[in-house]
Design a protein around this ligand. Structure first.
Ligand code: BGC
Length: 801
């Protein structure tokens, strides 16, 4: 966009218009300025389909969302490890946006899965920043190739749902740089998303929406981000502080409340017009870019073609966790399909990402198509609302006995997994576990097909013949599953997250999700496989794991740069390896490249994913895979130097089929000129993560300061939540009132579990809502003045007591 045009517009805009442009017009639209021919543009959810509400917008309701293609959610997408496919999905999403005049699609969800209990893990890619970053990059490239913007979210350190709107994430700088920021960094530096969405939470004491270090220093200055920083819906805390520190756009509309504050701040010199202009210039640029798309020829979206694309993506998101040889099942066998989810599939997550699919496949129908209706019988086996029913179980056992093979559909219903609240445990619903236990001997001919957005415990793992993780496969996920079961499709998904053997093994568990006011990231860099692999902790299934119906052999790992190298920041190491499909079916392998330093002076994971490639091979075919590792692949973040450092010394490069299945390793001595430092004894416990002794002293040494005291519940402030005041006589009516509003907003749904999830989400959204947001989400009823008065009254009462 030409600078001259922006300058011209800035010169013509009044202060009022400038302030207005930096706040939404309503829930989904930005302000336009008619006299300057600036249109009002629409931004909407995202990320695994278009959720455009045709009528009045609301927060999470599905009401009146236009029909769209529902693709698999992020956990499945990441399990495909196929960036090309994700980019194609992005193209399709971009087209659907263009067809509906949507200018920005709110995604991708890039946060790291710190703990499998995170309620929104289904919407995030991985526990690994490189994989999450590359998936996000591909998604953004695809959408933006259609001249539609994206919103990389939620920046940053938003790794659980509990009290997400106000909780303070306390995390040390090294962990921030190595675990929680790099996925965003990769996506920003490789694609320039049109927008980045800052998260609700605080990071080290400051709200993300006004966090100078995150927004201005890192995102804009270090990474060179040129787009708009938009608040998550209701994430703005102090509007003027936000503008000063790099937040460009507040969403949704806060009416005139915050616009007025900006105007006053400029008038009284608290905010410079230059600072405001910086935000306005970026908003103008977004509007002009969007205007070009809106005025260009209308793009037609071929929904049927997108359905087919969704099916082929789903084929690659299925992860074959276990197979003792039962799979694939030849057509002609007598199949018993068991499980209510086979006929009422769970295919997407609950919350703001809920798509209104234009069509939806059911596994039972697709299995009948695949295996012949005559060969397939079905019984529900359990109820989706968790009601116990021994007759259902008895029927299922009878049906199983008569079959050659059983396809048992299990998984999480929406109430177990949703935006807005975290999971309580990793178990499947008890009614499903009861059914599986009752199947007893029949399990030896049973394939358990899982529909869930995040890891579950599988106490029956040794008893069942096979387990297929289908994730939340989108509207066309069912045909993909049917084809994998029959062998028409050879599974090629690999886990992008560890399935732990027990929740207690997860290093963040003792501090997850923290208290209502603070969450301490005490486990630091020991997240996911970085912990399990380094400490040799047994998992249910490791990161990167996934079986195929064929076999791949790895040959001749060769370092192309020799084994001892002068190595500077601009250098890279190249290596190659040959992979052969030694089985008798075509298939795809995800070749994973991990790096570990041999004797690090700092706590470092034994292996970290630094590159990967998915290759397709015919039977007998071989391909050479080349990897190029740059300086960053060997470096850690040095807190004091505030820089990436690769110490001189030996490094191992492992090539494998999962983090636990390393097929070849090369050692390289790097002469980087940086001599290893003396280990810091205050951090001793972090060198030995197996002890899980992330005590106060060690955590504080890691932070470099005393562990902050959480914000007290009282005195109440604008950031107190409705949950905080719910037990106060003055607070209760507000809580109830907002609960009513949100419950209405959520609308009904087709089955009981979804309705229960909606209720739970409404409850948690209301409980977690800071008082400052009441005038934003219910402006008709509450003004800022009223809220301030209420807070004063609540506090007076406190003092009186
Ligand atoms: C979610 C965002 C979403 C936004 C708009 C927020 O509550 O965290 O991911 O894009 O609402 O629906």
């Amino acid at each position: 966009m030409s600078d001259t045009k922006i300058k011209q517009l800035l010169a013509e805009l009044t202060l009022e218009e400038k302030a207005m442009l930096c706040t939404g017009k309503d829930f989904w639209n930005l302000h336009g300025i008619e006299r300057l021919n600036l249109p009002s543009i629409m931004v909407t959810d995202g990320p695994h389909g278009l959720r455009k509400q045709a009528g009045e917008g609301d927060h999470v309701g599905l009401n009146a969302a236009v029909k769209a293609t529902c693709f698999p959610t992020a956990s499945g997408l990441a399990a495909s490890w196929n960036t090309k496919l994700i980019e194609e999905m992005g193209v399709a999403l971009g087209k659907e946006c263009r067809a509906e005049d949507v200018s920005v699609l709110l995604g991708p969800g890039t946060n790291i899965k710190r703990n499998p209990l995170g309620g929104r893990n289904f919407e995030y890619f991985s526990e690994d920043p490189l994989l999450a970053g590359d998936m996000s990059t591909a998604w953004i490239k695809g959408v933006q190739s259609q001249s539609v913007g994206t919103s990389l979210k939620h920046f940053a350190v938003n790794n659980h749902e509990h009290c997400r709107m106000t909780v303070d994430a306390v995390v040390d700088q090294r962990t921030l740089r190595e675990i929680y920021l790099p996925a965003f960094e990769r996506a920003v530096t490789q694609t320039q998303p049109w927008t980045v969405m800052c998260s609700y939470n605080k990071v080290n004491g400051t709200y993300a929406a006004e966090h100078k270090q995150l927004l201005d220093d890192i995102l804009v200055k270090e990474w060179g981000f040129e787009g708009i920083i938009v608040t998550d819906w209701g994430a703005n805390n102090d509007r003027v502080e936000g503008v000063k520190n790099g937040q460009h756009l507040e969403m949704p509309s806060s009416g005139e409340m915050n616009t007025k504050k900006i105007i006053t701040a400029v008038e009284n010199g608290q905010l410079t017009i230059e600072a405001l202009d910086k935000s306005v210039a970026r908003v103008l640029e977004l509007i002009l870019k969007s205007q070009a798309s809106l005025e260009a020829n209308t793009v037609q979206a071929d929904l049927q073609a997108h359905h087919e694309l969704a099916a082929s993506i789903a084929e690659e998101t299925c992860v074959l966790l276990k197979n003792d040889g039962l799979l694939p099942v030849p057509v002609g066998k007598k199949i018993a399909v068991i499980g209510a989810l086979a006929n009422n599939t769970r295919y997407q997550g609950a919350g703001s990402s809920k798509i209104n699919p234009f069509k939806l496949e059911q596994p039972l129908d697709e299995i009948k198509k695949q295996f012949g209706a005559d060969n397939v019988s079905y019984t529900a086996g359990y109820h989706l609302n968790d009601a116990e029913d021994s007759t259902e179980i008895a029927n299922a056992v009878e049906l199983a006995k008569q079959a050659d093979a059983v396809f048992l559909f299990a998984g999480l219903t929406p109430k177990y997994e949703s935006e807005g609240f975290d999971r309580q445990h990793l178990n499947l619903p008890q009614v499903q576990l009861d059914l599986i236990a009752a199947l007893g001997e029949q399990l030896s001919k049973t394939v358990v097909v899982l529909q869930n957005g995040a890891p579950v415990l599988l106490p029956f793992v040794d008893k069942t013949a096979a387990i297929l993780e289908a994730y939340l496969g989108g509207q066309a996920g069912a045909s993909a599953v049917a084809k994998v079961l029959s062998g028409d499709v050879n599974p090629s998904g690999k886990l992008a997250e560890t399935f732990p053997a027990s929740l207690d093994d997860v290093p963040s568990q003792p501090y997850f999700p923290g208290t209502t006011k603070q969450v301490q990231y005490r486990e630091a860099i020991w997240v996911g496989y970085r912990y399990f692999d380094t400490t040799n902790t047994e998992t249910l299934f490791p990161f990167g794991h996934g079986l195929s119906y064929t076999n791949f052999t790895y040959y001749h790992l060769k370092l192309l740069s020799g084994d001892k190298t002068q190595f500077n920041e601009s250098d890279s190491i190249k290596l190659k390896i040959t992979i052969t499909n030694t089985g008798d079916r075509a298939g795809a392998e995800v070749v994973q490249c991990y790096v570990g330093q041999k004797s690090p002076s700092q706590p470092r994971p034994a292996k970290e994913l630094k590159a990967f490639e998915k290759i397709f091979l015919e039977p007998g075919e071989s391909k050479e895979v080349m990897f190029k590792l740059d300086y960053r692949a060997f470096a850690y973040w040095h807190k004091e130097k505030a820089a990436w450092i690769a110490e001189r010394g030996d490094y191992q490069i492992h090539i494998g089929s999962s983090v636990n299945d390393i097929r070849d390793t090369a050692t390289i001595a790097l002469e980087t000129g940086i001599v290893a430092e003396q280990p810091n004894f205050a951090l001793a416990t972090y060198f030995d993560p197996a002890k899980r002794d992330f005590n106060d002293a060690a955590f504080s040494a890691l932070l470099g300061y005393d562990i902050p005291t959480p914000t007290p519940i009282t005195p109440y402030t604008v950031n107190s939540t409705l949950g905080d005041i719910a037990n106060e006589p003055l607070g209760k009516p507000l809580f109830d009132d907002m609960l009513f509003v949100f419950t209405q907003m959520m609308g009904g749904d087709q089955n009981d579990s979804a309705a229960e999830a909606d209720r739970l989400m409404a409850e948690s959204m209301v409980a977690d809502m800071p008082l400052r947001n009441l005038p934003v989400f219910n402006s008709q009823q509450y003004s800022e003045g009223q809220i301030l008065q209420l807070i004063a009254s609540l506090n007076n009462k406190e003092t009186a007591n």
